[in-house]
Design a protein around this ligand. Sequence first.
Ligand code: GLN
Length: 205
Amino acid sequence: MLDAHKTESARKSGSPDTVNVGLLAFQGAYEAHRRVISRLGTNHIEVKTHDDLRSCTHLILPGGESTTFLKLLEYHDLTGALRDHADSKKPILATCAGLILLASTVKPFQDSLGILDITIERNAYGRQVDSFEADLTIPTLGDAPFHGVFIRAPKISGIGPDLTSLAAFEDSHVFIREGNIFGCTFHPELSSDTRIHKLFLESGT
Ligand code: GLN
């Protein structure tokens, strides 16, 4: 059973099992992320308090509604703990609304945490009915395309010099990385492909 709680690289290196993935669980698409993390056999908890967040090695900020997340983060006084998590280089996987929370600039203007040096435009492809799916080329994951599900997705219109673009679609970045922080404008938890979650899990071990 213990083995099932280790990430691939922890298994290879024989390092102790220390991975504990936190799923911000106020609202939004965290349940689908949980299913992926479970399939990968990794420890995880729901994050709703400071103590939950501090006990995590990795954090997933799911999609949902960024305006609601902002209010709930403030209400539960979690903003500082989230910054501490990022400052201590612990991995974060931020998807869609979760990524909007981390951006330095949001258009139209909305408060954000400014943890990632990106400009992001909310609902830039249109409304819910304009949601779409597309096969993405992501060289860092290998040759097989990754099936991206975009739901009322934002567009990243600018990235700072320290960020790496891992994938683009049409004219904008859809998957970016800065250190151990990964950001997707699509929903990797909604395809059956676990490669993005594996990359995230292995980034901190
Ligand atoms: N449109 C949402 C927002 O701006 C994000 C949608 C999503 O997370 N799928 O917060």
